[in-house]
Ligand binder design. Structure first.
Ligand SMILES: [Zn+2]
Length: 426
């Protein structure tokens, strides 16, 4: 509906192009403000309707954040944050909302202010909101860090105890996560209490300062981190298993079709062969092979059947390999549950076709009233799930084709190889 509004004049000069860029930035902020108002109103409307229908308070509003996430083409985890942000802005921080509407704040900077004020009670939050945003001129020229720092400074002054309590609570959130990086690398991230994080980093830096063997500082720090965590030199494979999916051609005939590491994504064929040959040459490693069957045309992983009501291990593993991540659109979370699209209680079969890999949050959201999932597998073996929300929105997700399986042109079922590389501690 906006397409005609957003047509760039091909003859525009430099000054009007810059003016357009600035105007569009204000437009995006105003749109974010309206999106927040719509989200808060949507939640209120859903709550009122559920209250009228006699649904108890603790069960109201389930799935609201997930529906907002789908509408925003974002993950359910972010849907939660969007809803929390919207409610804080609309119900508690009118000046921040107004600054967003006028384009004095971007959506991200408004989010930072909401976040930094989250530990305050309502009265203090009102004070912070007014002090920082009532006069939009105050926000001119402030970058992300300055905005967050000013909000934090006001919060410290208004309620030092709340900020300290929040720091104690934040410590409980300490965790370690991993995500893919480009070029066959990964980011291993630790969220730590300040002093632990600083001292861990200082220990790695010290190792780099005292080492002069030609490696760069970053390289020494990374190698030292791996050595101290796994107890082995960084150049030696570590005693954990890595799953690889690749075609027999890639494994045996030097083909270039990439392999897939479930949970990471595609890796080049040569890197996969290198991993396998390193493991094979190492007496402490063990490579186990399992055959997987793909559809000859689409390369989709083909179905398996089971009569039991719980998904047996093999079938759950199959669905996890096929789906790779949670099947809710835009959710990239790891699979925790194998979910029946048509519920088992209503006769939904325990099959690969009726099975969906889901993360914990999505599995829970989908149980709320008004959510349904229908699945089908087409002639090419491609598995599709259609999610319908209580407001009638439909969202489609297709199981990803595994890259190793995309290059087949014969009419018979082809064999792919799943290899688990495991290295045992000495
Ligand atoms: Zn999910």
């Amino acid at each position: 509906m906006f397409e005609s509004l957003f047509k760039l004049d091909p003859g525009a000069d430099e000054a009007s192009l810059i003016a357009t860029i600035e105007e569009l930035e204000r437009f995006k902020a105003a749109a974010a403000a309206m999106q927040a108002q719509a989200a808060a109103a949507f939640e209120a409307a859903r709550n009122a309707r559920e209250q009228e229908a006699g649904i108890p308070a603790r069960r109201r509003g389930r799935g609201v954040a997930a529906e907002i996430a789908l509408a925003r083409h974002d993950s359910p985890a972010r849907g939660n944050r969007h809803l929390g942000f919207a409610k804080a802005l609309v119900h508690e921080m009118p000046h921040t909302l107004a600054a967003l509407s006028s384009g004095a704040l971007s959506e991200w900077r408004a989010t930072l202010i909401v976040r930094e004020s989250a530990c305050l009670d309502l009265a203090d939050r009102h004070l912070l909101d007014a002090e920082l945003c009532a006069e939009p001129g105050r926000l001119i020229g402030l970058g992300d860090r300055r905005v967050a720092a000013e909000a934090r400074a006001i919060a410290y002054r208004l309620d030092p105890h709340a900020v300290v309590d929040r720091a104690v609570r934040a410590e409980r959130e300490r965790t370690v996560t991993i995500r893919p990086a480009p070029d066959c690398m990964t980011y291993l991230t630790a969220l730590l209490p300040l002093t632990q994080g600083v001292s861990a980093y200082a220990a790695l830096k010290r190792a780099a300062d005292t080492c002069g063997d030609g490696r760069g500082r970053g390289q020494v720090m990374a190698d030292t981190l791996v050595e101290r965590l796994t107890g082995r030199a960084a150049t030696v494979a570590t005693p954990v298993s890595v799953n690889l999916v690749l075609s027999d051609d890639t494994l045996l005939a030097g083909a270039t079709a990439p392999a897939t590491v479930p949970g990471y994504g595609p890796i080049p064929a040569a890197v996969a062969r290198q991993l396998i040959s390193t493991a094979a040459a190492d007496p402490q490693s063990r490579a186990t092979l399992r055959r997987l069957y793909r559809h000859p045309r689409s390369g989709a992983l083909v179905a398996m059947e089971s009569r039991s009501r719980l998904f047996p291990d093999g079938l759950a593993q199959f669905i996890a390999l096929r789906d790779q991540t949670c099947r809710t659109p835009y959710c990239d979370a790891p699979i925790r549950h194998t979910d029946h699209a048509a519920p088992a209680a209503r006769g939904g079969p325990t099959t690969a076709g009726n099975g969906n890999g889901r993360c914990e949050a999505c599995n829970y959201a989908k149980e709320a009233p008004g959510w349904t999932v229908r699945t089908h597998t087409d002639d090419n073996g491609t598995h599709t799930a259609v999610l319908t929300t209580p407001t009638g929105g439909t969202h489609t997700s297709t199981a990803p084709p595994i890259t190793a399986w995309q290059r087949c042109d014969t009419s018979t079922l082809e064999v792919d190889v799943g290899i688990a590389l495991a290295r045992h501690a000495a």
